[in-house]
Ligand binder design. Structure first.
Ligand code: NAP
Ligand code: HSE
Length: 433
C-alpha cells in the first residue's frame, strides 16, 4: 500500500472530472494525510470518443465496466455515473470483488442503501456516500460522527439547490417560475430531467438518507410525504413575507416518542429562523439534538468541485481505514425499528389563502368551521379583490393543530358555498421540537 492506492472511476461527468482535478491538484495534502500517493486507474464512460474540456489519458477510458470492477490493481471504486439499475449492479460487483466504494448517488442510496451496506459489511469493505446529501457540506459525517453521542429529534434541510434558487429569485426579483427554472438548468444545478428537483423527489431521497442515519431507523423513500414547488406563486411568497415568513422547500424529519415523521414540502419559516436566510443554490441542514440544541451545516449543495471534495474526503477515510485494518467496521445496522407518526401526531400551524364571496355571513361561516374544529386564527388578512367583483381574498395563519383536523377543515372549505376557491395552503414550521 505504501506504493500507492489505485482508484477506479465509474463516470467522468460533472463530479467525476472534479474528482480527477482534486486528486491531481491536492496530491501533496492527500499524501500527507494518507501516507501514500493516489492514482487513477481505469475510468468508465458511456462514450470514449466524447470531447472533454480537461486532460485525461485516453488509454484509461473504457466503455466496459468489467475493466474497472475486475482490475486487481484497483483498490477503491468511485461511482459518479448516476442512475440506479447499472450503478447498483456495479457497486455490488465492486464490493464482492473486495473493492471499497465511494458514491455520490442519492437516488441509489435512498432506495438500496441498506442492501448495499449489507454487501459491503459481508465483504469487509467500506461504502461511503457523503456527497449524496448536500454536495460539499459534510453533513453525513457531522451527523454520524460529530453528533454521534446525541439523540437527534429534528432535522430540517434545504437540500435541493435548484428549488432554493427558483424560490429565491421568485421572492427577491419577482421572476416567473418557468424562467428561473431554465436559468437553474443552464447553471448546472438542476438534474438533466428537473422533474425530481421541482417535484421534491430529489430532496426526499436526501431526507430518507439523513433520517435513516440521524434516527438510526431504516426509513424508506415511500415514507416521505412529498410535495414540490410547481404550484407556488409569487403572490403566496409576498403574503408570507408580509406576515413575517419565508417560503422555502423544506425536508423535515422529526422524531417524537420513538415515532418519525418525514416530509418534503414548501413551508413557511419565521424570518429569524436560520434556514430562512439560505439563499440561491445554497443548501443547509438544521439539526436539533436533545443535548447539543440547535446546529446548522451550510454550504454548496452541488457543483463539480464542492461535490468532488466530499467524494475525495470519503476516499481519504477509506484509505485511512485500510491502513488501520478496520475497513467495513463502521457500518452498523439501525438501532430502532421503524415507527411512523400518524396524522393525529403531526402538529403544526398552517397558512391558507382563500377567495370567498364578499357578502354578509361569509366570514361568520368560515369562523364557525374553524371553531367547530377547535382551531383558532393566529394571523388574518382580508380585503376585496379589485379584479373580481364581490370577491374577497382571505389569508389565514392558524394556531397549532394536527394534520387530521387540518385535512378535515381543508376538505370542508373546498365544499363550502361561500368559498369560491382555496388558492393555496402551506405548513408553517420553525420551532425546535
Ligand atoms: P453527469 O455529468 O451526467 O456524468 C455522468 C458520467 O457517467 C458521464 O461521464 C457518463 O459518460 C457516465 N455514464 C453515465 N451513464 C453511464 C453508463 N450507463 N455507462 C457508462 N458510463 C456512464 O453526472 P454528474 O452530475 O457528475 O452526477 C454523477 C452522480 O453524482 C449522480 O449520482 C448525481 O446524482 C450525483 N451528484 C451530483 C451532483 C452535481 O452537482 N452534479 C451533486 C451531488 C451528487 P459520458 O461522459 O461518456 O457521457
Ligand atoms: N439537482 C440537485 C440540486 C443537485 O439541485 O440540489 C445536487 O444533488
Amino acid at each position: 500500500m505504501d506504493r500507492g492506492v489505485t482508484i477506479g472511476l465509474l463516470g467522468l461527468g460533472t463530479v467525476g472530472s472534479g474528482v480527477i482535478r482534486i486528486i491531481s491538484e491536492h496530491q501533496a495534502e492527500l499524501h500527507h494525510q494518507i501516507g501514500c500517493p493516489v492514482e487513477i486507474g481505469r475510468v468508465l464512460v458511456k462514450d470514449k470518443l466524447k470531447q472533454r474540456d480537461f486532460d485525461i489519458d485516453e488509454l484509461k477510458l473504457t466503455e466496459n465496466a468489467a475493466d474497472v470492477l475486475t482490475d486487481p490493481t484497483i483498490n477503491v471504486v468511485i461511482e459518479v455515473m448516476g442512475g440506479v439499475k447499472e450503478s447498483r449492479q456495479h457497486i455490488t460487483d465492486a464490493l464482492r470483488n473486495k473493492k471499497h466504494v465511494v458514491t455520490a448517488n442519492k437516488d441509489l442510496m435512498a432506495l438500496y442503501g441498506a442492501e448495499l451496506l449489507k454487501v459491503a459489511e459481508e465483504n469487509g469493505c467500506d461504502l461511503f456516500y457523503e456527497a449524496s446529501v448536500a454536495g460539499g457540506i459534510p453533513v453525513i459525517r457531522g451527523l454520524t460522527e460529530g453528533l454521534a453521542s446525541d439523540r437527534i429529534t429534528k432535522m430540517m434541510g434545504i437540500v435541493n439547490g435548484t428549488t432554493n434558487y427558483i424560490l429565491t429569485k421568485m421572492s427577491e426579483d419577482g421572476r416567473d417560475y418557468e424562467d428561473v427554472l431554465k436559468e437553474a438548468q443552464a447553471l448546472g444545478f438542476a438534474e438533466s430531467d428537473p422533474t425530481s428537483d421541482v417535484e421534491g423527489l430529489d430532496a426526499a431521497r436526501k431526507m430518507a438518507i439523513l433520517a435513516t442515519l440521524g434516527f438510526s431507523m431504516n426509513v424508506d423513500l415511500e415514507d416521505v410525504i412529498v410535495r414540490g414547488i410547481t404550484t407556488v406563486t409569487t403572490e403566496d411568497m409576498n403574503y408570507c413575507e408580509q406576515l413575517g415568513y419565508k417560503l422555502k422547500l423544506i425536508g423535515l424529519a422529526k422524531r417524537k416518542d420513538g415515532r418519525a415523521e418525514l416530509t418534503v414540502q414548501p413551508m413557511l419559516l419565521p424570518l429569524n429562523h436560520p434556514l430562512a436566510a439560505v439563499q440561491n443554490e445554497y443548501n443547509a441542514v438544521y439539526i436539533y439534538g436533545e443535548a447539543v440544541g440547535e446546529t446548522m451545516f451550510y454550504g454548496p449543495g452541488a457543483g463539480s468541485l464542492p461535490t468532488a471534495t466530499a467524494v475525495v474526503s470519503d476516499l481519504v477515510t477509506v484509505i485511512k481505514n485500510m491502513r488501520l485494518g478496520v475497513s467495513g467496521r463502521s457500518i452498523h445496522s439501525p438501532l430502532h425499528r421503524k415507527q411512523l407518526q400518524t396524522d393525529e401526531d403531526i402538529e403544526s400551524k398552517y397558512f391558507l389563502r382563500l377567495h370567498v364571496k364578499d357578502e354578509t355571513g361569509s366570514f361568520a361561516a368560515l369562523t364557525s368551521l374553524f371553531a367547530k374544529e377547535n382551531v383558532s386564527f393566529e394571523k388574518l388578512l382580508q380585503w376585496p379583490l379589485e379584479e373580481e367583483v364581490k370577491t374577497a381574498e382571505v389569508v389565514i395563519i392558524t394556531h397549532t393543530t394536527n394534520r387530521a383536523v387540518y385535512e378535515r377543515i381543508y376538505k370542508a372549505l373546498e365544499d363550502m358555498d361561500v368559498v369560491i376557491d382555496v388558492k393555496s395552503s402551506y405548513r408553517v414550521e420553525g420551532g425546535q421540537s
